[in-house]
Design a protein around this ligand. Structure first.
Ligand code: UD1
Length: 368
């Protein structure tokens, strides 16, 4: 019986892996192993997602925790190699672009095990982003590429990947959204106004530089004069805000700072927001699906489809422009956008079917 080994590590991996994992349950001919690297480990960054998404306890938790990029990546590799040697998978499936993705792909490829990459082919062309390095390198050693949109296929073709290994399957993160949207209600967050802007920020380019972070927070203060700003704070950002005047929540509630939220509460907040300001990748996609205006505080995006046909707009780091764009949204000058092809809740099923068929094909070849 072939073994499929899934590797997850950081928050955005969990909602991508869940639909693929569940889809394989309909294929009793395969055995599944779930590995959590422990890159994210707080209850609010990890456990709550397993609970809400219905994922089982991982079969292995590598418990690597935080560290520099080198320490984190190396530690995952050392611990993951032992799991791979013990479990002997036929395919290792990696998700997205986090450090766990490249670390696991490297280990598998060097042990001669097939790598399947979910969310392959995305490119921001910005090598200052750790994720871009992870994307490019993972795709260099991937065997089967599962892309969420046709720009992924185009990028892979331009990098000389043969088309027989590339499968445009749609967006797995949207599978999870489609499955759970009915359960995502407006959360019971103390002080939450009827109308609000939702903010998330954690990219090193925005939060690691104190001058930039102060500029962003001042802009949030200004925006909050027109519209309440709700800001669930990622641990990286919280560390950077410690010691600044934003470490303490504003008592008027106009700028509502809170802990990171679980999947359902955050989805509930997103769907009811007037506008979302973010530097996340996944949130650009979720807002496009939900048709909520999204202002992305980055110079580039690896998800151009969200700008071309969705509700996303790249704002860069010009915070005056961000403020003006919020004004336009409040005046109703927004675009409803379209949902990209195959973002239909069935991507996980497509991936499982393709992998099962591929494995059966390989078996037949060996048998001959
Ligand atoms: C990682 C991913 C990023 C993804 C983000 C989603 C990489 C290179 N980056 O960034 O692509 O968008 O996850 O959240 O893989 N921390 C905690 N508790 C946790 C996890 C982290 O307190 O459960 C703190 C640690 O002090 C750590 C810091 O947050 O140093 C950053 O965590 P890390 O995993 O290094 O990167 P993220 O910024 O979360």
């Amino acid at each position: 019986m072939p073994t499929i080994l899934h590797v997850v590590g950081a928050r955005p991996n969990f909602m991508k892996a869940a639909p693929v994992y569940f889809a394989f349950r309909h294929h009793p001919s395969v055995r599944q192993v779930l590995v959590h690297t422990g890159q994210h480990y707080d209850r609010k960054m990890s456990d709550v997602f397993f609970d809400e998404l219905g994922l089982p306890e991982p079969d292995h938790n590598l418990g690597v925790g935080s560290g520099s990029h080198a320490v984190q990546t190396a530690e995952i590799m050392v611990r993951f190699e032992k799991v791979v040697l013990a479990e002997k998978p036929d395919v290792v499936i990696v998700y997205g672009d986090v450090n766990s993705t490249i670390a696991a792909a490297l280990v598998a490829a060097k042990l001669g095990i097939r790598v399947a990459h979910v969310e392959a082919g995305l490119r921001s062309r910005d090598l200052t982003m750790p994720e871009e390095i992870n994307r490019i390198l993972t795709d260099r050693i991937t065997d089967w590429f599962f892309t969420p949109s046709s720009d992924g296929d185009d990028n892979l073709r331009a990098e000389a990947v043969t088309p027989d290994r590339v499968f445009m399957v749609g967006n797995c993160m949207i599978d999870t959204l489609v499955r759970l949207l009915d359960k995502a209600k407006r959360p019971a967050l103390a002080g939450l106004a009827e109308r609000y802007a939702l903010v998330t920020l954690h990219r090193p380019s925005n939060v690691d530089e104190p001058v930039m972070l102060a500029k962003i927070m001042e802009a949030m203060d200004k925006i909050s004069a027109d519209l309440q700003v709700v800001f669930p704070i990622h641990p990286r950002t919280r560390q950077r805000l410690a010691g600044t005047r934003w470490a303490i929540p504003d008592s008027s509630g106009r700028l509502l700072l809170c802990e990171p939220l679980g999947y359902l509460d955050f989805l509930g907040l997103q769907r009811h927001a007037q506008v979302v300001l973010t530097d996340s990748g996944g949130i650009q996609e979720e807002t496009t699906y939900l048709r909520v205006p999204c202002l992305t505080l980055r110079e580039n995006t690896e998800r151009p489809v969200t700008c071309e046909i969705g509700t996303n707009q790249l704002i860069g780091r010009d915070m005056d422009r961000a403020h003006q764009e919020v004004g336009r949204v409040l005046r109703g000058e927004t675009r409803r956008g379209e949902i990209p092809p195959l973002w239909d809740g069935k991507s996980g099923e497509r991936i499982a079917q393709i992998i099962v068929d591929k494995l059966a094909g390989l078996d037949a070849t060996v048998g001959n």
